[in-house]
Each structure stands twice: as structure tokens, then as C-alpha cells.
Design a binder for this molecule. Structure first.
Ligand code: 9D3
Length: 230
């Protein structure tokens, strides 16, 4: 998969993509991620990418020209057609299901805005899918794009290397994880549950399932949580 990110802050995003699982996935050839500064497509001598809104009002609006140019330029860099995704507060809510859908594509183009919003003709002309990561106010699309890239890349075959399969994880099966413990057995009087030290793998498995169910019911009653399929 190839992922392009259009942003005014490539320097904020690049170190994130250069770390951990995403870095390893890139080194393994599973994905390549390219950040492009929208400002490189500005046409005036000030490097403007935003302007005041027609009709008045607060804030600045991302201009059509630089963004269309940036999209057209990066799309020409690779023959695979890109699925265009714009990160906006008005988008559909990002979910694990959407992450799975995006992970099946060959090429993504993520567009991050800053300022009050995008000129509406960017929506009309580029017809991107719009995604929001939740109901809270960010100062731009960059943090949201990092969330989307992280959730998608770790689903790509080979991205997790030798680690265990994603089938066991929260949300993919609609329930939360059981509690985890490691050494020491007693930390300042806080003990590891006896069952985990018992060596009885049948009992351990049953305990983990019941803790997972209890936690899901208590904290996330909205999740499907299928204890009967466990
Ligand atoms: C203060 C400006 N807001 C008026 C109530 C509108 C607004 C414009 C631009 C709010 C946030 C932003 C910047 N946010 C994003 O670009 C963004 C975002 C978000 O804020 N929350 C959740 N998902 C996303 S994806 C992109």
C-alpha cells in the first residue's frame, strides 16, 4: 500500500511514521508513506494556502488552488488510483470497520486541513470520503490522520511481524481485553490474582473470558460483546 498525506505540517507527522510498527511496516515493504506540504503548491509569493471567507466571519478558509494542485501532483507520482480521504469534523465517524475497509485498498491519499475549514469546492471537485475521529475539537486534521494511518497500517498483512494475530484484540471481536499482569507477584501489597499463578490453563482461560465479559458489560455496554462465542 502507498499512503500520501497532504498537510501544512509534514514535520509534525513524519517522526510518528518513523517509529514503532509503522516504521517496521515501511522497512518491510508493506507500506510506504509520503508526506507532502500543501504550501509547496502555493502560487503567490507569500506561500498563501488560506484566505478570508466570502461573506465575512471568523477564521480563515483553505483555498482550492494549492490543494487541487497538491492532490494532482502526488496522484501523478504513482499509477495506482488513490482513494481520497479528507479529515474533517463533519465526516463519518472512524471505526475499526472503516480501518479494515481502507486496509484492503492499494493507495490512500489523506488530506489534512487547518484553519476554520475547506472551501466547499474542494468537496465538490475532489469528492473525497470525509472522516472524523470523534466528537471533540482538534486544531487540524493531522492528529486524526495519524490515528487513521496507525489503525490501517497495523491491519496490513506482515505489518505486525512475529506478533500475535489481530483476531484477539478489543473491538475486532466486540469486547474489551481481560486484565494483564507481569512481575513482580506482589507490588507494594498489590497482588497478582492467584489463578494466573496456578498453571491451570483451563481455569486461566475461563477467568480471562469472564473478566473480559464483566469489563465489557460494565464499561462498554454499547459494544456487541459476544460471550457465547468466546
Ligand atoms: C473552532 C472551529 N470550529 C467551529 C466550532 C470548527 C472547526 C474547524 C476545524 C473545528 C475543528 C477543526 C479542526 N479539526 C479537524 O480538522 C478534524 C477533526 C476534529 O476536530 N475532531 C475530530 N475529528 C477530526 S478530523 C479533522
Amino acid at each position: 500500500m502507498r499512503i500520501d498525506v497532504l498537510t501544512l505540517f509534514p514535520g509534525v507527522m513524519e517522526p510518528f511514521f518513523a517509529a514503532s510498527i509503522i516504521a517496521r511496516a515501511q522497512a518491510a515493504g508493506v507500506v510506504s508513506i509520503h508526506c507532502t506540504n500543501i504550501r509547496a503548491s502555493a502560487t503567490d509569493r507569500h506561500g498563501s494556502v488560506d484566505d478570508r471567507p466570502f461573506g465575512g466571519g471568523p477564521g480563515m478558509v483553505m483555498m482550492c488552488g494549492p490543494l487541487f494542485d497538491a492532490v494532482e501532483r502526488v496522484e501523478r507520482e504513482d499509477p495506482r488510483p488513490a482513494t481520497r480521504i479528507m479529515l474533517t469534523p463533519q465526516g463519518e465517524r472512524f471505526t475499526q470497520e472503516i480501518a479494515g475497509e481502507l486496509a484492503g485498498l492499494k493507495r490512500l491519499l489523506l488530506i489534512c486541513g487547518h484553519y476554520e475549514g475547506f472551501d466547499e469546492r474542494i468537496r465538490e471537485g475532489l469528492k473525497p470520503r470525509e472522516i472524523s475521529i470523534g466528537d471533540y475539537v482538534l486544531s487540524g486534521g493531522e492528529a486524526a490522520a495519524m490515528v487513521v494511518v496507525d489503525a490501517v497500517v497495523r491491519l496490513l498483512p506482515g505489518a505486525l511481524g512475529g506478533e500475535q494475530s489481530i483476531e484477539h484484540e478489543s473491538f475486532s471481536d466486540g469486547r474489551l481485553e481481560y486484565p494483564h499482569y507481569t512481575r513482580p507477584r506482589d507490588f507494594r501489597g498489590l497482588k497478582v490474582p492467584e489463578v494466573l499463578l496456578s498453571g491451570d490453563h483451563d481455569r486461566i482461560e475461563k477467568w480471562r473470558q469472564s473478566e473480559s465479559d464483566r469489563r465489557t458489560r460494565q464499561r462498554r455496554p454499547d459494544l456487541p460483546g459476544k460471550p457465547e462465542n468466546a
